[in-house]
Design a protein around this ligand. Structure first.
Ligand SMILES: [Mg+2]
Length: 168
């Protein structure tokens, strides 16, 4: 079975949509060093509770698992222990059979798992470029359908309709 890794932030939950306005209120730019402190100290259980799902992501993941076409895992960058806990608690409560791999922010996703012939669905081009460079299949997630150089999907279950990724 083909390995399929799914990013969390910006693909499963729209955490940016909730945290960016909080940063703005504090007068911190997302690129500032202070933003790292902000994310480090965040109460992720609380944040996740108020964060909207993106395009029915959880049901889509259940559908993908049911298809038996892919070995599905979540592959997500984390800044803090608390962030990892929050994400695991959230995912395990909704899709208990789903495996979750936490990647420290300083390490590339393609250095934690072997990308060769595996699919990564991610909204961040930096992750996809590295994945592609190391022999993986990069799939861009874009909730607004903006085109990119990689196969682009706007809803996770669309991966079931892309023949080219199933055959590789
Ligand atoms: Mg992301």
């Amino acid at each position: 079975m083909k390995k399929l890794y799914i990013d969390f932030d910006g693909v499963i939950l729209d955490t940016i949509k909730v945290t960016y306005p909080m940063l703005k209120k504090l007068n911190i730019s997302p690129k500032d060093e202070e933003a790292l402190d902000f994310y480090y100290n965040l109460d992720w259980d609380h944040i996740i509770k108020q964060t909207p799902e993106i395009n029915d992501s959880i049901n889509c993941i259940k559908k993908i698992i049911k298809s038996n076409l892919f070995e599905v895992k979540v592959l997500t960058h984390i800044i803090s222990y608390n962030e990892g806990l929050g994400k695991i608690r959230y995912l395990k409560s909704r899709v208990p059979e789903l495996e979750v791999i936490l990647v420290p922010k300083e390490i590339n996703k393609c250095d934690i798992v072997n990308p060769k012939d595996a699919i990564l669905i991610d909204d961040f081009l930096g992750n996809l470029d590295l994945w592609h460079k190391h022999g993986g299949i990069a799939v861009k997630f874009s909730d607004n359908g903006k085109k990119s150089k990689y196969i682009t999907i706007t809803k996770l279950d669309q991966i079931l309709d892309i023949e080219s990724v199933k055959e590789v």
